[in-house]
Design a protein around this ligand. Sequence first.
Ligand SMILES: *Cc1c(COP(=O)(O)O)cnc(C)c1O
Length: 223
Amino acid sequence: MTEIEDRTRALLAGIPPRVQVVAAAKTRTADEIRAALAGGIRIVGENYVQEAAAAQSVVGRDGAEWHLIGSLQRNKAKDAVRQFDLIQTVDSLPLAERLDAAGRALGRVVPILIEVNSGREPQKAGVFPEDVEALARAIADLASIEMRGVMTLGPAREASDALRPFFAETKRRFDELARLRLPNARMTILSMGMSDSYREAIDEGATMVRLGTALFGPRRERG
Ligand SMILES: *Cc1c(COP(=O)(O)O)cnc(C)c1O
């Protein structure tokens, strides 16, 4: 565990202070998450509502923000609103409407990012870049949602340099949305870049990167 703590501290030291680091915690144990927090991590990203609940029951919720970075099923909207400080993966109006209703029912505003499918891969989550503005305009009408920015995965590529055009296009869409000054929006987060591509993503304007293996080491298979 001290290995994770040390690796986290070293990695954070090399990242510009304007960039936030999310520890992508899928398959990791509560002890591993604690080690990353001890190394200076302030945001934990989980792919599933259930996995986040399990981790939070051991690690506790305080001392870190918890972000949903995996796809959300509409019927889990209310649980997700309870469980997470930011939902990074909103890619349709019906999902946003569910979150809005859940937020209203729970008496809170729900911070979200719009997920962009910057590689335009049919099987992947996210809206295509050319559809981001229309979705953002529709979401801006939902009073219990606060739009905080945009997130993208980018296509799987051998070389991280090959991801730059996808990051650059996502950044362009992000800037366009910010210029619209939509209601219920505060566009400050551009979440892109993972362990093998975060340097390129930061170069291209990311304000948040999501790191798994770079912090925790190689991933275990799910049991
Ligand atoms: C797993 C995951 C990451 C981190 O991946 P690594 O390659 O391990 O850094 C980032 N974002 C999302 C959405 C993930 O599911």
